[in-house]
Design a protein around this ligand. Sequence first.
Ligand code: NAP
Length: 278
Amino acid sequence: MELLKGKPVAQRLYQEIKEKFSHLKPHVAIVVATKDESSLTYLRSKVRRMNKYGIEVEVLQLDENIPQEQFLNHIRRLNDEESIDGIFVEMPLPPQIDPYAVASTICPKKDIEGISPWNLGKIYYGREEIAPSTASAVIQILEHYKVEIKGKRAVVMGRSVVVGKPVAMMLTNRHATTTVIHSRTPNPEEITRQADILVVAIGRAKHVKRHMVKEGAVIVDVGINVVGDSIVGDVDCEDVRDVASAITPVPGGVGTVTTAITLYRAFYMKWLREKGEL
Ligand SMILES: NC(=O)c1ccc[n+]([C@@H]2O[C@H](COP(=O)([O-])OP(=O)(O)OC[C@H]3O[C@@H](n4cnc5c(N)ncnc54)[C@H](OP(=O)(O)O)[C@@H]3O)[C@@H](O)[C@H]2O)c1
């Protein structure tokens, strides 16, 4: 079973940043409303990485109990600020904040993560430049490793707005015949066993076992689950070893590419804005 590692895909993106965008210095705002230490640790490492590549970052730390309207007003202000090129909103949001309200308030031209209804809707037209970073990462991995998508049977497990649904549309745009499975799908293994390409984004540690996988399938494991001291995917990698032909590792697969795409986007969107194309 081949390991479809994220590193070479990410390296290509970092290389492109250096070659094409080194003259740019994007300015990104990150809005965060959590006190959760593990989320903040992750955020700090993200900021360090962005700084390393020359992205100027402003972190807007808001109170966890902030009312929705105030939260949205911060985003509106960032939308209007000429010096800000991109806006991130850290997930998960506190319960009083509606994710749709947030996504639809972010100006699509500053929506680095591709979560606004405008950028998501464009995927239906095959315009995927600002698709959600994780969904783009799935596709970029498949394309980098030259996995044939056209005419293949693709199954996507998970229907979240930022992963499952856009991935399914993007596979369909590339002429796969795509089925989406969710938590209410009866007998999912009958469907997953037909998949030439199986994308799993459900947030259930090692849920996918060999009896769910077609012989020779290519699996993209999007899951990131903390189990004890380690991080595991949604697929039981060891169990499917003899049946799948290839799989993305966790860690070191989709997550690695998602990070690179996010950084790439900060430059790409500034570049488009400077050319007047955004
Ligand atoms: N690698 C990365 O860069 C990256 C980025 C984002 C997320 N992730 C990871 O990817 C996973 C999914 O993230 P998400 O944001 O899409 O999660 P999410 O919003 O919680 O959505 C999970 C989806 O999985 C479905 N589901 C749950 N159990 C299932 C089952 N047994 N069989 C089939 N479908 C099932 C749910 O169905 P219902 O709709 O019916 O509830 C839902 O649609 C998580 O582990 C997350 O940490 C990784």
